[in-house]
Structure formats: C-alpha cells, structure tokens
Design a protein around this ligand. Structure first.
Ligand code: PMP
Length: 394
C-alpha cells in the first residue's frame, strides 16, 4: 500500500530485505534534498538573509519534530549527529569517560563495544557484559548482580539487536539501573523504523538515534540527552557555531544544543530526517506494526519449512531481523547466490562479532524487513533460498 511512496521500488527489481543495514527513502525525503540544494542552499545559524533563515528554520523544525516524535521535554535535549555511531562516541568520550564501570549487553553492535575498548576498558576491567540465555534473552538477574557489584555504573545497551532482532525491555532495564545509581544510554539504531518510542515512559538518560535506518538520508542521526545532564556535559568537539564569545584567553560556549553541534551540520540530511518523521506520522505506527508483524510472521513460518535451517532465537520479543544458517552450508555462499537472484540480504557477523563467537559461528544470513515488504518479497526469497540450497547441496 505504501510501497508506491518509495521510488526505489519503481526503479529496481531487487527484493530488498536489508533494512537493518539501511532503509529505503520515501519520495518526500528525496525531494527535500533536491529542494534544499536547488532552491535555498545556505548555511544555518550564521547568516541573516532569506535563504539562510529558511535553512535554519527547516533545520530547527526537524529538532522540534523529533522532540515531539519521541516525547522529549525540550528541543534542547535533541542534538544532531551523524548517526548512532557518533552519538555513542560522543557520550562515551565525554560524559561517560570517568565512570568506573560500563555495562553492556551480549547483543551489542560494534558501535557500542569498540568506543569502550578505546578507553582501555576490557572485560572485567571497566567493562561488564550482561549474559543472555539460549534464546538470547537479556538476563535481568545477572544485570542486577552487576549493578550491585558496580554501583553508579554507566549502562549502555541496545534497544533492538541488529543481528537477531531481539528487543530489550528498556523500561525495566532502566528502572533497575536507576535503582543502583546507574545512568542509562540506549542504542536505538533499530527502533524507530519499527515501533513508537516514548522517552518519558522509558526514562532513559541518553537515547542514540539513526536517521538512515528510519527512512531518512544517510549521515544524520541524533542523541537525546535528558535535560538535567545538558549543563555539565562537555562537547567532544568544538568550533564554529558552538561559541558565545572567544578571545585568546578562553571561550564561552553557547547552551545546548548549539554547543554540541560544531561546524557546518548535515543540513540537507537533517531536513530530510524531518520529512522522514513526517512520513512516519502520516503512515502511523499502528499501520507500520500491523503490516510488518504479518509479513515477519509469514517469513518465519516459510523459513521454518526449509530443510536444515538453524535459528538462534524464537520470535518472542523480536522485530525486524531474522537470522539463521543452514546445516553444513556456509552463509557467504548463500549470500552470493541470493545476490545473483536479486535478493538483497546481509550475510556475515553484522558488526556483532562477540555474540557470533559466543554462539560458535562466524555469521548468519540476516533477513531484515520494513513495513513496505510484503508476502511477495518473502515468496521470492524462499524460492531463491530453495534454489540456492539445491545448488549448494549438489
Ligand atoms: N547500533 C546498531 C544496533 C546498529 O544496527 C547500527 C547500524 N548497523 C549502529 C549501531 C550504527 O548506526 P549508524 O549507522 O547510525 O552509525
């Protein structure tokens, strides 16, 4: 029903099932990029002529939209970044740097592991990892033990696993963490394309958002920072547009969000991000969820019928991504054959090597859906998988 809003599907015969890597963009988002560059291309928050003012107001419109979209309290709590990777690196290298312990989950993307290693934290020495069970569920009891043993920790956990689609119960995790004086950051790269988020309800302290995984252009994202932290957090980069006053003896920074947004921003990207949010509001999460759930369930049913398939988790608390292997078959080989049949999926470790190692595998075949995928996409995938399997078994 909404597929027609995405030019990619008119231009390509590829069955696109790699939404966990990036989503397709609706026409309104694409048009906004051309419009900015062709009609009012100017810098923001600097010059004071008509087009510059329009660029600034369109840019700030996205901030307000995102604030309302996630139900943050203030526009100042929304800081634009390149994406989740930059959002996490920002907080890791500023506010979180002095924390004695950082606690992460077993299902983290490298973007929420490597920044901590860069601070010389290793397992048991400044970094703790919460166990998961054989269905990849977060072990709340182990989490509580870690919180007790490491009071006032910094907890940084993904909302949804990009590799296995597992959704963490962020509300419960945050409540428990706060009980032990911990501060909570959530990697939301895989959330907003699939379900509504209410920051007040989750009560997290930091929430890292990716635009390109939410139907917006690449190279744009945001970090939500709860108001009470804004004053004391130091920017991790400074420069033009962050400054109230400078002389050779010192600098006085502006307040949030500007002190955190150094240099010329991805103006077109931020404007496009606003259009993506407007688009989701137009489609509505109820529709996104009902369309997606049906196809995701069907995908799972059809995959389950394939001989030798190995899943690593069931569908409980699972959204967007389904990961699997076939007994005796190398996942890369499936990827090569699917590509030849114009089926786009991701094969490999999905930037989540530690959990792959824990499962004793090098990687998986990951099918990741969005609300515009339909039963036909699943049928084409299954047919291609059957062909690939028969070729590889010969
Ligand atoms: N975390 C997770 C769970 C992800 O899936 C990704 C993207 N694959 C990232 C972080 C990095 O996000 P971005 O591309 O916005 O930097």
């Amino acid at each position: 029903m909404f597929r027609k809003d995405f030019p990619y599907f008119q231009n390509s015969k590829t069955v696109y099932l790699d939404n966990g890597a990036t989503t397709q963009k609706p026409k309104s988002v694409i048009d906004s990029q051309v419009e900015y560059y062709e009609q009012y291309c100017s810098n923001t928050h600097r010059s004071n002529f008509g087009h510059a003012n329009k660029a600034t107001s369109e840019f700030e419109k996205t901030r307000k939209l995102l604030k309302e979209f996630i139900n943050a309290s203030k526009n100042e709590e929304i800081i634009f970044t390149k994406g989740v990777t930059e959002s996490i690196n920002f907080i890791a290298s500023s506010y979180a740097i002095d924390f004695k312990t950082v606690i992460i989950s077993s299902l983290e993307h490298h973007s929420n592991i490597v920044p901590w290693h860069m601070q010389n934290r290793t397992l048991g020495a400044g970094l703790e990892v919460v166990n998961c069970n054989e269905n990849l569920d977060f072990d709340l009891e182990h989490f509580e033990e870690l919180l007790k043993a490491n009071p006032n920790a910094f907890v940084s956990i993904t909302h949804v696993s990009n590799a296995f689609g597992k959704v963490h119960d962020v509300k419960t995790i945050t409540k428990l963490a706060h009980k032990y004086g911990a501060v909570v950051m959530i990697d939301a790269a895989q959330s907003l394309a699939h379900f509504k988020v209410d920051i007040q309800e989750l009560d997290v302290d930091f929430y890292a958002i990716s635009g390109h995984k939410t139907f917006a252009p690449t190279g744009v994202g945001a970090i939500y920072i709860k108001e009470k932290y804004l004053k004391n957090i130091k920017p991790y980069q400074t420069g033009g547009a962050t400054i109230h006053e400078v002389d050779y003896s010192g600098s006085i920074l502006l307040d949030s969000p500007y002190k955190f947004e150094a240099g010329t921003q991805n103006i077109a990207g931020v404007i496009g991000f606003g259009k993506a949010l407007e688009y989701i509001n137009h489609v509505r999460y109820e529709n996104i969820q009902s369309l997606e759930n049906k196809v995701f369930k069907y995908l799972n049913e059809e995959l389950s019928k394939l001989p030798g398939i190995i899943f690593y988790n069931d569908l409980t608390n699972c959204v967007g991504s389904r990961s699997f292997n076939f007994k005796g078959i190398i996942h890369d080989d499936i990827g090569i054959l699917l590509d030849k049949m114009q089926i786009a999926v991701r094969v490999g470790h999905h930037c989540a090597q530690p959990i792959m190692k824990k499962l004793g595998i090098r990687g998986t075949i990951r099918v990741s859906t969005a609300f515009y995928n339909d039963y036909v996409d699943v049928d084409k995938l299954i047919e291609a998988l059957k062909k690939a399997l028969s070729m590889l078994k010969d």
